[in-house]
Design a protein around this ligand. Sequence first.
Ligand code: NAD
Length: 492
Amino acid sequence: MNIQKQLIGGKWVLSSSNETREIINPFNQEIIAEVAEGNAEDAKQAIQAAREAFDKGEWSRTLATERGKLVRKIASLIERDKEELARLESLDTGKTVDESRDDMDGIADVFHYYADLAGKNKGEMIDSPIPNTISKIVREPVGVCAQITPWNYPLLQASWKLAPALAAGNTLVMKPSEITPLTTIKVFELMEEAGIPAGVTNLVLGAGSSVGDELSKNTAVDLISFTGGIETGKKVMQAASSNVKKLALELGGKNPNIIFADADFETAVDQAMNGVFFHAGQICSAGARLIVEESIHDKFVDALVKRVRNIKLGSGFDQNTEMGPLISAEHLEKVANYVETGLKEGAKLAVGGGKPEDAALKDGFFYLPTVLVDCTTDMDVVQHEGFGPVITVEKFSTEEKAIHLANDSVYGLSGGVWTEDIAKAERCAAQMRMGTVWINDFNVFFAQAPWGGYKQSGIGHELGTKGLEEYTETKHIYHNIDPQPMNWFGKN
Ligand code: NAD
């Protein structure tokens, strides 16, 4: 098996320690690739390469419209290789190929979107209050950006960082999750093919404790953009204080989905499942916390359980499969323990709650789609992100109570509200303390709208124009066109 390499300063290289890591298919535990296992030393070299490339200015001073063309070329290459990328993503993560194809479409859209914005990253003229002066604001690239991504949406999360960073004229070092680096490696090849100059995009593979830590603390890095769990995010934040880096954190969520009795019942049941079971619930914005109006609670749970029982587990490459495995044995155990905790706290199992018995799935990290009822906000299972195919169900009696429950969380990533009453929907959306609120929908995101968390779900934004702003510094340039002596000091 060929060892897949890292990209440092325009060269594809092994790790300086020569160590490698095997990448496992979570459906059957087969080894699907062997990749270089980078370390802190490799990260330092990549940062130096990105630093030199930025300071030389070739990329940051390239006309923004030209940068936009290259970013668009990357989008076209992703479209050209969509099937191969989707296949790789499913092999690496276990998700269904249809889900991976959707991811690839979204990823190409993100590159197209920032290709368009690259040439529109305009500044602003200020009405100066001082006569005979010109005052203007310009946006400039931040410099060397370190980017760390998680395993659940490997290439999607990478695209949200790569496209705006390049469009704005930065150089970068990316570290994908050590479990799922394959599509990211492939896109670094595509960026090279598109003509991004050597040293502008650097890729270091390896563990968070070595490579990730170096990227977070190295003082030659100007900005760190991290997507992952809260606890890791806190470490990154601490390490980033070494040189007061610009910081963007996209962290976890435990996202409430409020269902009022006047919602379209069938659609709400169907979408409650879409909200949580894609990629076996391993989604930061999963609607894993259902909050259902008392008067329809029992009917809603019955309808939900009936459908959840029918979800087909299997290989992501089987057209009949609706849900694939979890990412790893370790994560499977975490999800199983999470459900156990809920049951000990008094939640009741309505369906699922274990590994499937199907012999065909015995080598995969599968967990049954699970619904826990009789849940209350004080339970750990409601407060913590499970990151698996598990829904907790709570009840509410009034609109005020529903909003209170939804907001009773350290997280604030996203949430949903289902009702046919437009005014009620708007009242709820206005009061829900989350970065994204969906009304009569769930888990929808696109390149044009910003994505970010309130509270401990993060700092800053990806996507939209705000996602580009993260990768720019704001400079005020003041020009006195009629300079005169002030004669303030030492006149006599
Ligand atoms: P994680 O925090 O374990 O790892 C994320 C990345 O950080 C990986 O690349 C890992 O190697 C690296 N890392 C680990 N230790 C590090 C350290 N000390 N310093 C620097 N980097 C380090 O998260 P995960 O398990 O890969 O991903 C799941 C989490 O990501 C969930 O909490 C999920 O909600 C969150 N997530 C959030 C969003 C969002 O948009 N808000 C999107 C996807 C995933």
